[in-house]
Design a protein around this ligand. Structure first.
Ligand SMILES: NC(=O)c1ccc[n+]([C@@H]2O[C@H](COP(=O)([O-])OP(=O)(O)OC[C@H]3O[C@@H](n4cnc5c(N)ncnc54)[C@H](O)[C@@H]3O)[C@@H](O)[C@H]2O)c1
Ligand SMILES: [Fe+2]
Length: 383
């Protein structure tokens, strides 16, 4: 088997890492930056920290601040126009997955204009050219969009989210500066952190997993499990560790894929605008139960990485039970809702949600093949 690995050209981790942005822009000979973010991140003085770095270095930039959570096709189309109008030769994306994903779509289309309709990039995108250089600065600790080769866009007309996978879209530079995540409120921190845990677990059990990515995913599970609770309480060490844990998970899953937690989460965000991390966190337990028999010894390793003691003395059945219990406890401790009905999800939509999940690009990666009926029942089990 030949296993491909794609990572950023350069990444910086640590408090103050955003100061490296100026050197990176200058050493790459970039002249004009499109800064992609949202209004809240400017108002909360998060994105402004990056503006100060560029101001101090006399770097020319213009700000596109219209990103919405679960970004839409309109965000992409407007972003492309903005990028052309301001003649940017690079993008600095400051935000969570939404700002970074939109930046990827814009940067890809600028260099591959024949794909102006972003829908044509769904799945494995057949682009020919590397996207405009992106320097991605993450402000949440979850999606790891700064290191992945995926982006996810919402098609509001069709009520669906679609995933595009393209080696040409990876940010050249990733900046993981825990200080940029300090302002996350507890709920956002919990949801995005659980998204990171899902990436690590789905990446570890997905069909394409191999030793290199196992190493990343198990380390990520260990870091996330020991630091998410503290991070949600606002402890600086927890925040810093989560920033690292989610990045390591991204290095792994981006190269091997995910599974049906993600396929089933995408339609919930498309139809109900459910935050991505919340949707993933709620679906993780039922999907882990569904996949258990198809994962060999893997849940034992996940349980151990999550801090469960004496896993090697357990039968595999016990180890799987302990693994699922550890996930459930972490999710409850950080306040993730338990029932989809709490978020307004309705029985009448389940068929559409399940059909949409079946068509999602993450579905083939699931360790156990799922039928439409089984996916419907998984939604129902937490309705
Ligand atoms: N590219 C990938 O590989 C990948 C992987 C998983 C998910 N995604 C996608 O990423 C998106 C979700 O991204 P996300 O979970 O990072 O959230 P997000 O980018 O949608 O941000 C959610 C909200 O949090 C706010 N926010 C972000 N950082 C903050 C901070 N430091 N302080 C205060 N508020 C802050 C934003 O303003 C926004 O309103 C979804 O569309 C999802 O499908 C992408
Ligand atoms: Fe995710």
């Amino acid at each position: 088997m030949i296993c491909r690995t794609i990572l950023n050209e350069t990444s910086y981790f640590g408090e103050g890492a955003i100061t490296k942005i100026a050197d990176e822009i200058k050493s790459r000979g970039l002249k004009k930056i499109m800064l992609v973010t949202d209004k809240d991140l400017l108002e909360f003085k998060v994105a402004t920290k990056v503006c100060f770095v560029m101001d101090d270095a006399d770097i020319a930039y213009e700000i596109y601040d219209k990103i919405k959570a679960n970004p839409t096709i309109k965000n992409v189309t407007e972003g492309v126009e903005f990028c052309r109008d301001c003649r940017a030769d690079a993008i600095v994306a400051v935000g969570g997955g939404s700002a970074i994903d939109t930046s990827k779509a814009v940067a890809v289309i600028i260099k591959n204009p024949e794909f102006a309709d972003v829908r044509s990039l769904e799945g494995a995108s057949p682009t020919k050219h590397k996207c405009l250089p992106i320097i991605a600065v993450s402000t949440t600790s979850g999606t790891a969009a700064e290191v992945t080769i995926n982006y996810v866009i919402t098609d509001e007309e069709k009520n669906r989210k679609f995933v595009c996978t393209d080696p040409h879209d990876i940010p050249v530079v990733a900046i993981i500066d825990p200080d940029m995540t300090a302002s996350m409120p507890a709920k956002l921190c919990a949801a995005t952190g659980m998204d990171a845990l899902v990436h690590a677990i789905e990446g570890y059990i997905t069909k394409g997993a191999w030793e290199l990515t196992d190493m990343m995913h198990l380390k990520a599970i260990e870091i996330i499990s020991r630091s998410l609770r503290g991070s949600v309480k606002g402890e600086p060490k927890g925040r810093a560790d989560m920033a690292l844990g989610q990045y390591i998970a991204g290095m792994g899953f981006s190269n091997v894929g995910l599974g049906i937690v993600h396929s089933m989460a995408h339609p919930l965000s498309a139809v109900y605008d459910t935050p991505h991390g919340v949707a993933c966190a709620m679906l993780l337990t039922p999907v882990l139960k569904f996949n258990a028999e198809a994962t060999g010894e893997k849940y034992r390793a996940v349980a151990k990485a999550m801090g469960v003691k004496k896993t090697k003395d357990m039968s595999i059945k016990e180890a799987r039970k302990e693994c699922i219990a550890a996930v459930e406890k972490l999710s409850a401790d950080v306040g993730i809702p338990q029932k989809l009905s709490e978020l307004g999800i309705k029985e009448k939509d389940i068929k559409f949600l399940a059909e949409s999940a079946m068509a999602d690009a993450c579905t083939p990666g699931n360790p156990r093949d799922a039928s439409l009926k089984e996916i419907e029942n998984l939604y129902r089990s937490i309705l």
